[in-house]
Design a protein around this ligand. Structure first.
Ligand SMILES: [Zn+2]
Length: 293
């Protein structure tokens, strides 16, 4: 009950702020789930739209709970751009759709050739039921090729949401696609001699990246539960058999456990942040770590 009162107060105060002409931006708001989406969308919308993001750069989508401010921001948005297939997204839509029946909801991963079974047997990202498989790998944004599809979805959606700026969005989108093309060409040439190369990752966040460039991802951590000694040993054996030389891990997942496992492998430990706003830099860090071996 207390939470409800606080929530109502926040909604009222945010309306008052807008009504009084406070410092609140007058631009239309579009909310996205993750920072890489914010990066993509800001390339397209420039200064026409205020892009709000639910998850902070160091956030963990596995444990993310939206704050009241996030929910209020979402309710004041013209549209919500989901990554698609992240469990918290479905839960959020349930919570806001009654309060903003006009909120347009788009799945940015529509049309992506989704990977199944690369993200653990029963993914706790994914509490969606019905038409969605529980085995879908949600990390679609860790791929330049997928980013092209996501950017197209975003551009099409923005033209629906804000038709008067269609020409501006299309021009920016075309420019962004040429940036993505050169990034993809750069990564392709960096990794050209690395086809079939294995790399380790604690959390299986790079399945689409591996598919794009013909690499082999070995994920060590188990989804949502402690890995058993036998499971860890079999991953260590697999890493050795495939001569994996790089071990990617994220600060928000268990880095201490990763270091302990790596004592038996001896790979180079590389910190990545697949949820970084500087998405293009992350793509280059990953490719560079593998290419420099
Ligand atoms: Zn995941």
């Amino acid at each position: 009950m207390r939470i409800k009162i606080k929530y109502i107060f926040l909604v009222i105060s945010s309306f008052m702020f807008i009504a009084c002409g406070g410092n609140v931006s007058q631009k239309p708001v579009v909310t996205v789930s993750l920072q890489p989406q914010k990066y993509f969308l800001e390339k397209i919308v420039g200064d026409k739209i205020d892009v709000k993001c639910l998850l902070a750069s160091g956030g963990n989508p596995e444990t993310y709970e939206p704050s009241l401010t996030h929910l209020v921001n979402l309710e004041n948005s013209e549209a919500y751009f989901m990554v698609g297939n992240l469990g918290f997204e479905a839960a959020i839509i349930e919570r806001v759709k009654n309060n903003n029946t006009d909120l347009k909801i788009y799945n940015n991963s529509d049309g992506v050739d989704l990977l199944v079974g690369t993200h653990g047997e029963c993914c706790h990202h994914n509490h969606l039921s019905g038409e969605h498989s529980h085995d879908i790998d949600p990390h679609t944004w860790s791929s330049v090729k997928n980013a092209r599809i996501m950017a197209k979805n975003m551009c099409d959606a923005m033209i629906e949401v804000d038709k008067k700026n269609a020409g501006y969005y299309t021009k920016n989108y075309n420019h962004f696609v040429s940036e993505l093309d050169s990034l993809d060409a750069r990564l392709t040439s960096m990794l050209a001699s690395k086809k079939g190369t294995a790399f380790l990752v604690w959390h299986p966040s790079l399945s689409y990246f591996a598919r794009d460039y013909g690499l082999f991802q070995i994920s060590v951590g188990q989804e949502g539960k402690e890995a058993s000694v036998q499971q860890l040993q079999s991953k260590i054996d697999e890493a050795k058999a495939h001569n994996a030389e790089v071990f990617f891990y994220q600060k928000e997942f268990d880095s201490r456990q990763a270091e302990v496992v790596n004592e038996q492998i001896g790979a180079e430990m590389v910190i990545i942040n697949p949820l970084n706003y500087q998405w293009n830099h992350e793509m280059l860090i990953i490719a560079d770590a593998i290419a420099s071996k």
